[in-house]
Ligand binder design. Structure first.
Ligand code: SF4
Length: 224
């Protein structure tokens, strides 16, 4: 089985298991960008609490956040952790948006080639390939595949990548193996599978629908 066929088989098996998630963009691209900056190295609950704490303190006014004392922003987002880095990154991101665009709006990314939009987002402070890909995929359903720790771990175990591959390399691999229209479902279904079945410390291989495609399960390579 080629790597392409393996990727297709994994995508298909996860679709059968978990279904096709509805794509419903719930945030503007700027909101998604700030939310994703907040989400680095914390869980969904804490990043959500930090985002809504910002909203509670400053309303829906990104200008008010941009011009607020840094300590006020740090206080608001404290629950997300790493607030000494995240607060200045948020302010610098808002400054860049204001200076370059005169407004807090990224809707035009929809019309850009994906690579260009990805590079533009990564020019913002604290924004890496995962954050940029999340904004492009979740807000516009553009062909960018975000790789988090769950997806990195499963890609390595499944043998889509080698065991030491970086998240960025894994992103490029999946993007070379499957078409863009599969990325949204694949991303969400792999994360769900990573949380519920292919867990970091003790993967539940005995109930996994990906056994037939998994190097770790089949002891291909030096897993044993
Ligand atoms: S068979 Fe095991 S290691 Fe492989 S994807 Fe499933 S749970 Fe993960």
């Amino acid at each position: 089985m080629s790597l392409h066929e393996k990727a297709e088989a994994i995508y298909g098996a996860l679709l059968v298991e978990y279904g096709e998630p509805d794509w419903r963009p719930s945030h503007s691209p700027v909101d998604e960008l700030i939310w994703t900056i907040l989400s680095a190295n914390t869980n969904d609950r804490n990043s959500e609490r930090a985002f809504y704490a910002l909203r509670e303190r400053f309303g829906e006014d990104w200008d008010a956040v941009r011009t607020a004392p840094l300590d006020e922003i740090k206080e608001a987002i404290r629950v997300a952790g790493m607030y000494n880095q995240k607060a200045p990154n948020i302010v610098a991101t808002l400054e860049k948006l204001k200076q370059e665009r005169g407004e807090y709006n990224l809707d035009d990314l929809r019309q850009m080639p994906v690579a260009q939009a990805q590079a533009y987002l990564q020019s913002f402070p604290g924004v890496g390939h995962k954050t940029a890909s999340i904004v492009l995929l979740f807000c516009f359903r553009l062909g960018a595949f975000p790789v988090d720790t769950h997806i990195q771990r499963q890609s390595q175990r499944l043998g889509i990548s080698d065991r030491k591959a970086s998240p960025e390399k894994i992103k490029l691999l999946w993007e070379s193996l499957l078409p863009p229209e599969t990325y949204y479902a694949l991303h969400l279904n792999l994360i769900r599978h990573g949380r519920e079945v292919c867990q970091a410390r003790a993967p539940r291989c005995e109930i996994c629908v990906l056994q037939a495609h998994c190097d770790y399960f089949l002891m291909i390579g030096d897993w044993g």
